[in-house]
Design a protein around this ligand. Structure first.
Ligand code: NAD
Length: 351
């Protein structure tokens, strides 16, 4: 790619500054500058030699700018996206793309009208732990899968900024939730979700969800359990995957873990063990002659493929990896989860 694309970052906070650093890794991208409403953040950018636009209007009026990266709190994603598209800029928006499906549809319609890229930074599709879990499930290594468990656990509560205020799009469903739910939607294609049930697990915050546990049922009977906790001082494994012939565990982002598969179904002579105050044969551990242990499969994933795809779309009209259809599906699931939380009921659906 000979041409360099000029981009600007709107919202120079944690994630905005992360994008500014990341852009330096791509020869085909050039940072034109940033804009932030907070003078402390713009002063910091200036101290690093980054050009600061005096206003959003000035940024969007820059004719040399090809695309913008929106990394503001969630409640202004729509407003800034619409302004950027109207100014003829391509848009990469941070997750969650919008507060609800209605907002998202408005953004998609504006992108279609402007004939510009409108996509979302779904960086966690390139997480190695996710790609590993995907490979285990979709290679049929475990036989027919019946349960996918995906969790992230922290112990610091929900951050005390806009993230714990509903009106700014706070809460863990819209934060870590959209990452984990997007991953589960991608790894279970082409199945449809037929039932959703969530329990919120508020501990540190009453304003919005600081943790949740959601159960998803798919049309072929597969189930997924997705959990985000912010008051968990001992974390459970990142992925726990069950198939009819075996189990896989991916313990952490570093992909420690293993696969254990049955090697001899016929050998049913379990010896009862003493378990607590009783005996059990059902729960007796397997002996090595009926199981085999395997390492997790190796995967390679390059997060940079996201920005390569953004450039390929803008320069050569290649299809976007993160599509509008995927975004609407995810946001529909998020809305269904909120409905389940509000009504404390299982929501039947086709998502
Ligand atoms: P942050 O609070 O650290 O930064 C937000 C910045 O936006 C602040 O500097 C704030 O002053 C600025 N801002 C607020 N309103 C603005 C406006 N109208 N115009 C311009 N600037 C404005 O938050 P963050 O952690 O950087 O999160 C920003 C976005 O990035 C959120 O949507 C969040 O969900 C997302 N995020 C994504 C990931 C990921 O892995 N993809 C990780 C963290 C955050």
């Amino acid at each position: 790619m000979a041409k360099r694309l000029n981009c600007a970052v709107i919202g120079y906070g944690g994630m905005g500054s992360w994008h500014v650093e990341a852009i330096k890794n791509f020869k085909f991208l050039k940072l034109s500058g940033i804009y932030d409403i907070d003078s402390k953040r713009t002063a910091l950018a200036e101290s690093k030699g980054i050009h600061v636009y005096p206003s959003l209007k000035a940024l969007l009026a820059d004719p040399t700018l090809d695309f913008v990266i929106i990394a503001t709190p969630n409640h202004v994603h729509k407003k800034i996206t619409l302004a950027a598209l109207a100014a003829g800029k391509h848009v990469v928006c941070e997750k969650p793309v919008a507060m609800n499906v209605r907002e998202l549809r408005e953004m998609i319609a504006a992108a279609k009208k402007a004939k510009r890229l409108f996509t979302v930074h779904k960086n966690r599709r390139w997480d190695r732990d996710f790609q590993t879990a995907c490979k285990v499930i979709n290679s049929n290594t475990l036989g027919p899968a019946f349960m996918i468990e995906s969790r992230v656990h922290g112990s610091r509560g929900i951050p005390g900024d806009w993230r714990n205020q509903k009106r700014y799009g706070g809460g863990m469903i819209l934060d870590w939730g959209v990452h984990l739910l997007d991953q589960v939607l991608m790894m279970t294609l082409p199945r449809k979700i037929t039932a959703v049930y969530v329990q919120l697990t508020p501990v540190t915050n009453e304003n919005c969800d600081d943790g949740f546990r959601v159960n998803l049922t798919f049309n072929d009977g597969l189930r997924a359990y997705v959990e985000v906790g912010t008051s968990n001082f001992i974390e459970l494994p990142r992925w726990y995957l069950c198939g009819e012939n075996g189990t896989a565990i991916v313990r952490n982002w570093a992909c420690e873990g293993e696969i254990v598969k049955v090697s001899d179904w016929e050998n049913r002579d379990a010896v009862p063990i003493q378990a607590g105050a009783g005996l059990t044969k059902t729960m007796a551990p397997r002996t090595d002659d009926t199981i085999r242990r395997y390492p997790l499969p190796k995967v390679t994933c390059e997060w940079g493929d996201f920005y390569k795809n953004v450039a390929a779309y803008i320069l050569h009209g290649k299809p976007a990896l993160v599509t509008h259809e995927q975004l609407v599906r995810l946001m529909t699931l998020v809305e269904t989860i909120f409905t389940s939380a509000k009504t404390n009921s299982v929501i039947k659906c086709k998502i």
